[in-house]
Structures are given as C-alpha cells and as structure tokens.
Design a protein around this ligand. Structure first.
Ligand code: ADP
Ligand code: MG
Length: 344
C-alpha cells in the first residue's frame, strides 16, 4: 500500500477503522496470558501471577521532537521506557496497549514507522500488543502507552525496602542519553541558523542512548539466575540523584555514593567536556538512561561483585546521616535531589 507512493499518505484517506486494521493486522500473540488482543471491545488477559501495570504519556514538542527523532526510534523508545518501569518492579512485561492522537500533518508512513518501532521492541522483549485507541488531535502527536507485566508476588521489588548497610548498585553507565540529547539539540539549532548538516561521527553511542535506549531485562534475568532479590529498585529516568532521593525517602534511609565509582562512558565525558559541563553532573541529573538503580543486602555482595554490568557505587546509611556524595579525597557533599551542589 505504501511502497510506490511519493507523497505522504493522509490518514484521513483511510479512516480510523482501516488505520487500526492496517496497523494491527499482523499481530501474533506470544504470551500464554494474552488470551485475546485487538479486535473486540476489550482485550483479555488471564494469569495466575501477580500483575503490575504502568503507563506513560508522550507529547510532541514536550517529550519528543520529530526534527531529529525518526518515528521508528520513537516507537521503540516509547515501548521500552514502559518495559523499563516493569523491570524496575522485578517483573516481566507481557502486554501493551497503545493510544495515539494524531493531527492531519502526521502521515500514514510516519505512523507505520512508529508501529514498526513498537513491534520491534515488543518482539525483542516478548510483549504482546493487545489493544489501544486512536483519535485525532488539533496539533501534533500524543502517545499513551500502558504496559502490563507479571511476577510472583514474593518477587516484586519496591522503592521502599532499602535498609541501612545495604549495597547500592547501578547498571550500565550514566549521563549518555542526556549528552545525546544536548548534541541533537545543538545540531538542530546550528542547522536552523546556518543550514549546516550535522557531523555525528564518533558520537553514535550517546545518540543511541538517547534515541534508542534499551531496558535492562538482562539484569532482571541475571539477578533471578544468581538468586539475588534487590531490597529496593527504581529505573533511572530522571537521573541518579533524583532516583536516589526517591529510594531514600520511601525507604526512610540515607546514603553515601562514591563519586569515583559512578559509571560514566568515555564519549559521554568527552562530549560533556565539549559542552563545558561536568560529566558527573550529567550522570547525576541527566535523565533517560533507563538503567536500574537498586540496593542489595550485604550478604548478596559476593554474588554480584564479578558482573561488570553491575557497579557498586555506595551504601545505604541511617536517615540522620542524609544523602551524601563522597569525593576521591573523602569529603562529603550533600546529594541534592536535582543533582550536585558544587562546593565553590
Ligand atoms: P472502541 O470504539 O470500542 O474504543 P476501537 O474502534 O477504538 O473500539 O478499537 C477497536 C479495536 O482496535 C480494539 O481492540 C482496540 O483495542 C484496538 N485499537 C484501537 N486503536 C488502536 C491502536 N492505535 N493501536 C492498537 N490497537 C488499537
Ligand atoms: Mg477506541
């Protein structure tokens, strides 16, 4: 239907029902618990497990910018950020509902690409698209995604279980997505001002971190395999500092985080320096890394210490000691919710 067209296809040419049919006709349900998907008034899920549910809204111009975000990447990322929330409960995402509101400037090709990204993410993470809703909007595109996951009730991990002496762990590296966004924003501005084409050579890693993040399914599987249940967990969508504050507040504890142990990728640090930003600040305050921040009991430390994808960055402390960063020369700096308060 799309192949030979040069002009973008108007969605109004299809109408709502044909559009839904077009977008969902190839779905094959993968999970046992997905009993009925798209096509009736409601979908059906049946499981003996405990279900966890999360939802996210994404608005064009607020959460994403089509100037530098390919629609397929947007679809992939919209799905993955919701999967990440489910993993952060130590659960497995299984079903997804997608609602979109689109204005007349959004072409069928764009929506098709967006769904390709959604399906790619669903296939990679073992999730079924079981329904959604479609509406028009006056301007731009709004996306709402709901993901339903499963776990054994005893395995669910909350933000509020961290205890004094627990070890604080983080996966992957931090600040990359934020620097990817800064780079894209800068090149957009340069393009708008002087028409220069961007040169992103050598920067693929941070662009990918922003445009096509992955959720840490691998870590949830690994922790299960080695028999470690975190005492608390959260995914890093708003930066390490803010997430650490959520864990400490809800667990009623304090923490100390060693600055030298916070994982920052080389390209992230290099680009941060180019932007005259402190790499540490991007790791603490930059969002959208979708890594996992979790705490484990000291007795489990031996089990995780040899996995390079998990870094130990600090310890949980008594609440009265507050939230602190420890410098390389053993000074304490208060960890602010929105980052790091420079000493000078
Ligand atoms: P209703 O009028 O009952 O809301 P719809 O015509 O909106 O029904 O939806 C028909 C079917 O298509 C339902 O199964 C719904 O979940 C699914 N659906 C609607 N919009 C989307 C979408 N954007 N993506 C995936 N499934 C959708
Ligand atoms: Mg509907």
């Amino acid at each position: 239907m799309l192949k030979d067209k040069k002009e973008p296809t108007k969605i109004s040419d299809l109408g709502e029902f044909a559009l839904i049919e077009y977008l969902t006709k190839n779905i094959k349900l993968k999970n046992k618990s997905s009993k009925y998907g798209v096509g009736d008034d409601a979908a059906i899920i049946k499981t003996s497990k405990t279900q966890v549910v999360t939802t996210d809204i994404l608005t064009e111009g607020i959460h994403f910018d089509f100037t530098y975000t390919p629609a397929k990447h947007l679809g992939y990322k919209s799905a993955v950020v919701n999967f990440s929330d489910v993993y952060a409960m130590n659960a497995m995402p299984k079903q997804m509902l997608v609602s979109i509101a689109v204005s007349s400037k959004i072409s069928l090709e764009l929506i098709n690409d967006f769904y390709e990204g959604l399906y790619l993410a669903c296939n990679r993470y073992g999730v079924d698209l079981i329904g959604g809703d479609t509406s028009s909007s006056l301007t731009g595109m709004t996306i709402s995604i709901t993901v339903i996951g499963e776990a054994d009730a005893k395995d669910i991990v909350y933000r509020n279980g961290a205890k004094e002496t627990d070890v604080i762990c983080v996966t992957g590296d931090l600040g990359g997505a934020y620097m990817g966004l800064q780079l894209l924003e800068r090149e957009k501005q340069v393009f708008e001002e002087v028409g220069a084409q961007p040169d992103f050579s050598g920067k693929d890693y941070i662009l990918e971190r922003f445009l096509k993040p992955e959720a840490r399914q691998d870590i949830i599987e690994l922790l299960k395999e080695i028999g470690v249940k975190p005492t608390s967990m959260i995914d890093i969508s708003d930066g390490l500092a803010s997430e650490m504050h959520h864990i400490c507040k809800q667990s009623n504890v304090g923490c100390k985080i060693y600055i030298g142990k916070i994982p920052i990728d080389y390209v992230t640090a290099e680009v941060a320096n180019n932007f005259k930003l402190e790499p540490l600040i991007t790791a603490l305050n930059g969002g959208e890394d979708y890594e996992l921040l979790f705490t484990i009991s000291v007795k489990d430390f031996e089990k995780i210490k040899d996995y390079k994808q998990i870094k130990v960055i600090g310890h949980i402390m008594d609440k009265d000691q507050g939230l602190n960063l420890i410098t390389e020369d053993d000074n304490f700096i208060e960890l602010k919710a929105n980052g790091w308060n420079n000493m000078d």
